[in-house]
Design a protein around this ligand. Structure first.
Ligand SMILES: [Zn+2]
Ligand SMILES: [Zn+2]
Length: 335
């Protein structure tokens, strides 16, 4: 079968590899229907940072159909359509036991610690499968993973009802967070996004208000008020500096953007103005909640995805995503 294979930093190839062999106890064989490329896939290609299996098939955002079930599989049948929980956590540590699997002491991810979805087939354990309602397409179902991450950000941000939210970064996570905030409770959302075409797309799709990455411009756009709830989804030091300047005293910034180096922080300002910084990592039960929202969000989500394209084009999609040149939030691959 065709599969994308990662061999090490900068070394990735589309190959013909044998189909996965027999289906182990508690596992199913999946035919991949739709898969999304994530920023972390690009980061892995450049740094190999989170890869613990070589070679590995990347891809952790995918919708698939069960074509075979292994021994002792209950709750799933051949023909079921599912999405995969991207977390390959240990299931046995204190964090996993308390429901905080995203904070697992031995955290791993599908497509990094085990083979993922950029292939025609994948074997996955049933504890990682989530059923998908018939009412949503394969492409939209594949978005449940990044949508779960965006929902996690909103859980952590815990903004007061109706309070405006400032989002820095209109990529997949920031863009989906904007759609969630606008579609679910119509609150005002201000967006910092340097790709003007993408900012316009999100303005059209969900009515975000684009703003420049400058604390004076943000205050002016908000009628002289300061945002108390901000999302940092760029991982960019200059953007972070502007958010700290812009957020009102006592305000909160939810961080989800990953940075490749260290980030200098104006800690005195954080101390003196009691600014809260909260980290957001993957999700706990938010992917499950995201699946429940897919049908309602489908009209908006369809407008922000591109494709599907075949697996043969995946390396081009990687390059495009790396340049941040695409207008749409995500291109869907159909292996
Ligand atoms: Zn992802
Ligand atoms: Zn664990």
């Amino acid at each position: 079968m065709k599969a994308l294979r990662f061999y090490g930093m900068g070394d990735i190839k589309l190959e013909d590899i044998p189909l996965p062999g027999h289906v182990p106890d508690g596992y199913v064989r999946l035919k991949v229907l739709a898969a999304g490329v994530c920023g972390s896939d690009i980061h892995n290609l450049k740094t190999g940072q989170w890869i613990s299996k070589i070679p590995v098939t990347p891809g952790h955002e995918f919708c698939a159909r069960i074509t075979e079930i292994g021994p002792s599989v209950v709750g799933f049948s051949v023909g079921d359509r599912v999405v995969v929980d991207s977390r390959a956590n240990c299931g046995a540590c204190d964090y996993c036991f308390s429901g905080a699997g995203n904070l697992c002491r031995k955290m791993g991810f599908v497509g990094e610690a085990c083979d993922g979805g950029f292939a025609e087939q994948s074997l996955q354990p049933i504890h990682r499968l989530l059923a998908v309602p018939d009412s949503v397409t394969d492409e939209i179902a594949a978005l449940s993973e990044p949508l779960g991450v965006s929902l996690r950000v909103l859980t952590r941000l815990s903004a007061s009802p109706d309070a405006p939210v400032l989002i820095a970064g209109g990529g997949p996570i920031g863009g989906l967070a904007a759609i969630l905030l606008r579609e679910l409770d119509r609150r005002p959302v201000y967006l910092i996004e340097r790709n003007a075409a993408r900012a316009r797309l999100l303005e059209d799709v969900c009515g975000v208000i684009p703003v420049a990455c400058d604390s004076d411009a943000i205050r002016a756009a908000m009628g002289g008020k300061e945002p108390l709830f901000c999302i940092e989804a760029t991982g960019n030091a200059r953007v972070m500096e502007q958010l700290i300047k812009s957020v009102g005293s006592g305000g909160r910034i939810a961080l989800v953007g990953l940075t490749s180096g260290q980030m200098p922080l104006s800690t005195n300002e954080i101390v003196e103005r009691e600014i809260e910084l909260v980290g957001c990592s993957v999700f706990q039960d938010e992917q499950r909640k995201a699946i429940q929202l897919l049908e309602r969000l489908s009209p908006a989500l369809h407008q922000v995805i591109a494709g599907p394209v075949s697996l043969d084009q995946i390396l081009e999609i990687y390059q495009e995503s790396d340049r941040g040149a695409n207008v749409k939030l995500k291109t869907i691959i159909r292996p």
